[in-house]
Design a protein around this ligand. Structure first.
Ligand SMILES: Nc1ncnc2c1ncn2[C@@H]1O[C@H](COP(=O)(O)OP(=O)(O)OP(=O)(O)O)[C@@H](O)[C@H]1O
Length: 227
């Protein structure tokens, strides 16, 4: 529980109370309460299978919880969250196979009716920032795992979202590229005032964030200040 839940704040990006998520007989999330505010920098830690991805998916409105309450006071209804206000960097490969790296990154802007030339320019700039100039015309199958992960980060940032939910975004990167990716993620979120939540197993990544949420067996512990 990041902050007391009793106080209503219209500026809260997410308010979640006692969330539960069942997948058939598996109760993946047993009890998670948290508030996300603009500018938050949160590391979500926990062993494999503890429920981190499940929580991120609920916070971004991808799934409805089986129990508990969730709302997005500053963002609106769940149908208004994506694309645009909330972005995901998924753990699994999520780029669209028939589209080039550039087209994958520009797509969320096209869905928001941004003109194609503006969308391509913004997508190209982000890909350049992530060191991907050489591969912008390549298809996902022609990218390395680490390149694909960085393209997915560019796609998440291109709409200048207010909340970025990143599920092990550095899992396929060496430590230099992982730190560079965090530089870009943090720089983009600092520039826009967005909140960033990163599920990670990497202590070096967690150290770049200011608070820690720990998940154990589907239960989210109160937030701690990062060491
Ligand atoms: N779609 C699904 N159907 C059935 N069970 C699922 C599904 N997604 C997750 N689970 C189960 O829910 C539990 C929590 O999974 P989750 O992916 O949230 O964990 P995690 O902490 O993100 O793990 P990791 O660090 O390995 O990514 C696990 O027991 C997992 O097997």
């Amino acid at each position: 529980m990041a902050r007391p839940l009793k106080i209503e704040r219209t500026g809260d990006l997410v308010r979640a109370e006692h969330l539960q998520q069942a997948y058939g007989d598996t109760l993946a999330l047993r009890d998670a309460s948290c508030i996300v505010q603009p500018g938050d920098r949160t590391a979500l830690l926990g062993t494999s299978g503890s429920g981190k991805s499940t929580l991120l998916h609920l916070l971004g409105g991808l799934n409805a919880p089986s129990g508990g309450q969730i709302s997005w006071p500053a963002l609106g209804e769940v149908s208004q969250l994506r694309p645009g206000k909330v972005s995901f960097v998924f753990q699994a490969q999520s780029l669209l196979a028939p589209l080039t790296a550039l087209e994958n990154v520009a797509l969320p802007l096209l869905l928001l009716n941004v003109p194609a030339d503006v969308a391509q320019e913004r997508a190209g700039l982000l890909l350049e920032q992530l060191g991907l100039n050489a591969v912008i015309q390549q298809l996902p199958e022609e990218l390395s795992g680490g390149q694909a992960q960085r393209v997915a980060v560019a796609r998440a940032l291109v709409t200048r979202p207010q909340l970025v939910l990143a599920d092990e975004p550095t899992g396929q990167l060496d430590s230099v590229n992982a730190q560079h990716l965090m530089d870009v993620l943090l720089g983009a979120c600092d520039a826009s005032g967005a909140a960033l939540i990163v599920a990670t197993h990497d202590p070096q990544i967690a150290r770049r964030l200011t608070q820690v949420w720990r998940m154990a067996n589907g239960v989210l512990a109160p937030a701690e200040v990062a060491a």
